[in-house]
Design a protein around this ligand. Structure first.
Ligand SMILES: Nc1ncnc2c1ncn2[C@@H]1O[C@H](COP(=O)(O)OP(=O)(O)OP(=O)(O)O)[C@@H](O)[C@H]1O
Ligand SMILES: [Mg+2]
Length: 305
């Protein structure tokens, strides 16, 4: 466990002089979930295509369990599955047929049994004989995810697995991804949803201008946008002004009329001390709130460059 299963080193790619990937470096530990974030056109799909051997890079190297993907695509492909941004399920075929076909292609010994059990697991048994063109977006994505598990791959690449899904379907898919992780699978996904990265990922990378400009755990990433804050709201502006003087040693910032914020270091103690000081001086508070930066704040901070 915990060995490196994927190593992306100095990967570059240009399209007709347009340098999309300048120098991308990512390593992935076995059993972890990595979320690659980036704006539209940042190059997320391009990177996934290179990593899975569908596209040649202009430089650098990708190894999956020490197998060079560019040199040994057939061998490498046994170790992973790739669910692309535009679902690859065939609309004319039924759910059953799609899965069965993949199981046959991946030389599953008991293709029927594998198909049946995946349909069951992804809640598609009832719809198994319907043409996929009649499936909802959520059902297609579930089928897509089921297909990515055929052949028991070590690593699962998912390009925007929940784009366009309603909140319930998204939560369902998240649960399924968590379950894959709990079974020891390594998952590399791209997403536009910061909430998704926050919920699923052990490690996050931000791709911007062809490079990973920041990476870390969700909590580490949030630190990029600053500290936790204590927000104090007063009924009267003159109370806010008084508090500003009283709390000078905490370097308070006046956000707006009636409102002050303080960076928190030792969270509970600072909060208690501040509230005590206000009570002692009989400065009335309307309300207070402790806030942690969100990944949205990080995205904004990093986008500003
Ligand atoms: N085959 C291609 N030929 C020319 N340009 C391409 C090709 N594929 C991608 N690009 C360009 O490379 C850039 C990155 O595209 P890519 O699809 O990798 O971005 P993305 O991060 O996946 O975006 P999205 O979030 O919209 O899916 C874009 O400017 C795109 O136009
Ligand atoms: Mg994409």
């Amino acid at each position: 466990m915990n060995s490196t299963v994927l190593n992306i080193k100095n990967v570059k790619k240009s399209f007709k002089g347009n340098e999309v990937l300048k120098d991308v470096n990512i390593t992935l530990k076995q059993g972890s979930v990595y979320a690659l974030l980036g704006a539209n056109g940042a190059g997320k799909s391009t990177l996934l295509k290179i990593v899975t051997g569908l596209l040649n890079s202009d430089g650098g190297k990708v190894t999956i369990q020490d197998i060079d993907v560019a040199n040994n695509p057939v061998l490498a492909q046994k170790l992973f599955s790739f669910s692309s941004q535009n679902t690859t399920v065939d609309g004319v075929l039924t759910g059953y047929e799609n899965l069965y076909l993949i199981a046959k292609l991946r030389h599953e010994r008991n293709s029927r049994k594998v198909t049946e059990s995946l349909l069951e697991k992804f809640d598609l048994t009832e719809a198994k004989d319907k043409a996929v063109s009649n499936y909802s977006g959520g059902m297609r994505r579930r089928l897509d995810l089921a297909m990515s598990l055929v052949g028991n791959p070590e690593i699962i690449f998912l390009d925007e697995p929940t784009t366009g899904l309603d909140p319930n379907s998204r939560q369902e898919l998240w649960n399924m991804i968590k379950e894959m992780k709990s079974q020891g699978k390594t998952i590399f996904l791209t997403t536009q949803y910061l909430e998704e990265a926050d919920y699923l990922a052990d490690q996050i990378g931000f791709l911007r201008e062809g490079k990973i400009v920041a990476s870390g755990t969700p909590d580490e990433m949030k630190r990029i946008a600053g500290a936790d804050k204590l927000l104090l709201v007063f009924n009267r502006n003159q109370d806010a002004e008084k508090a500003l003087k009283l709390l000078e040693s905490y370097s308070p910032i006046k956000n707006a009329d009636f409102e002050i914020s303080i960076d928190l270091d030792k969270e509970i103690q600072t909060t208690l001390n501040v509230l005590n000081a206000l009570t002692t001086e009989k400065i009335n508070l309307k309300t207070f709130k402790m806030t942690t930066p969100t990944l949205d704040d990080v995205f904004m901070t990093l986008s500003k460059g």
